[in-house]
Ligand binder design. Sequence first.
Ligand code: PAF
Length: 280
Amino acid sequence: MFIFKTVKDITAHLEAQRAQGRLIAFVPTMGALHKGHLSLLQAAQQLPALTVCSIFVNPTQFNNATDLEKYPRTTEQDIALLTGAGCDVLFLPTEQEVYPDGKAVKEPYDLGYLETVLEGAYRPGHFQGVAQVVERLLQIVKPHKLYLGQKDFQQVAVLRRMIDTRQLAVQLESVPTTREPDGLAMSSRNRRLTESQRSVAGLIYQCLVSIQSKKGMQPFAVIQKECRELLIHKGFRPDYIELAVADTLELLPDYDPSRKMVALIAAYIGEIRLIDNLVL
Ligand code: PAF
């Protein structure tokens, strides 16, 4: 695996590859890699393409300084994992390489409604930072395909919108969530859970499954209340338990069988904030 730390070096390498007609499949990450990330890489490897991963803990998408400071950084292990998984190129830039002109978002992205609901409402500025870094990484890597995890359902919607409005020539693929045996969605933040927090963390997925399985049998408000009480009882502090239209994230007061729906949950356990979702 080639490892590049500067824009200049990765650009030279990728230009040579592109000149030979190679397609580029890109998996952006913030490191602390797990099987979920590797499933994105495996999806990318289905193409006859050069696979490029990036590891960059993007400061502009953290709206909580402690979360940024405590975000796990495991670069040596990440390199070993990516090498073992057959990744072709790793981009490991410094902040200066990503933001040579400073970190401020020059022209705010018009993310519309998406920025006002769910993660947008609870993490002000987060999606501006996500759009900013992904646009910058896309400018550098210029991939044909971009792979993102469905675990961050709203992030996928935001980046689809950013790609559309900026008219970027890249195709976005959303890859299904990888789960632990108890259903917990794989996430870099899971490493920060204590043993007792970890032992209850699968409850978020169980709530999502109960929202799915009770579709059409009970009003959503009843199940939402049950889930909230159960989560609180087990020590969580839920931010939201919502039902939305999958394509637009328009919130729904109740099940609507005529539309493709998604259930989404965000909840703190201790100081760790976990999010997950399930398409119904
Ligand atoms: O999903 C993530 O890990 C990040 O938000 C991303 C897409 C790599 C941007 O920093």
